[in-house]
Each structure stands twice: as structure tokens, then as C-alpha cells.
Design a protein around this ligand. Sequence first.
Ligand code: DQA
Length: 141
Amino acid sequence: MQIAIINGPNLNLLGKRETGIYGSESFENYFKQLEAQFPDIQFSYYQNNVEGELVNYLHEVGFSYDGILLNAGAYTHTSVAIRDAIAGIKTPVLEIHISNVYAREEFRHTSLIAPKCVGGIYGLGLKGYHLGVEYFLLNKA
Ligand code: DQA
């Protein structure tokens, strides 16, 4: 089983960025633990701050992978291009947010990508990625 994890803008700063909201663990460190916990899954991890590069990567993995966990960061709330990319690929995309976006500023309450995703996980910290992997495993069985 192949699962791609895609993180959007500013998520390269996890562990350093607004730690009261996003925690103090880097994604690289968390990702190592995730890989160790699911040794039978082939993961790819991609992070980019540029909208079009996220679109390119969705195209790259979106016709062969079994699942995509996408934290589009702030592009969640603004990007028609990422929404269209999700609509255009075959692989199901699960939306992830580390923070509870609905308990934050109002502009974070709208997700342009949500209607094109199979579902979403928000507010559960980095554990949300783990739970997203579990979803794809359960769905495959
Ligand atoms: C985020 C929530 C977004 O609103 C924000 O712009 C981010 C991170 C999250 O994981 O909680 O960059 O996607």
C-alpha cells in the first residue's frame, strides 16, 4: 500500500512555528515514528510552500497511490487550483489539520478543498496523520 503525505505552506516550520498551536515536534521526527509504526506501508512525504508545486505533486501521485493525506495549510482556505487538482485525480484525499481550525479565526472555517476530499481530521495534533493512515488501512481491508 502506498500513501503520500503532502504538507503545504509553513508546515516545514513545525516544531518551531507557533508551538502553542502546532506543538514542538518537527514533522521529520514525527514522520520517522509513523514509518516505524506502519512498516508495511510505503510512504512518500512531500512539503512545499508553493501552490503550483502542490498541484504538480498531487498529479504525480494521484493516479497510482492508494491514499493521500493532505494538509494544505493556508491554501485550504483559498486555493481553487488545489481543489481542482483533488477533483481531477483518482487517489482519494483525506484533509488534515493539526489545529482545530473551527476554534480559530473565521477565515479558517472555510475549506475550499473539503468538498473534494473523502473526509477530514482536524484539531488532533500530529496524531491526525496517524489516524488518517488507519482510515486508509481500514478502507482497504
Ligand atoms: C493548518 C491550519 C491552517 O489554517 C493554517 O494556515 C496552517 C496549518 C493546521 O494544520 O492546523 O498553516 O493547516
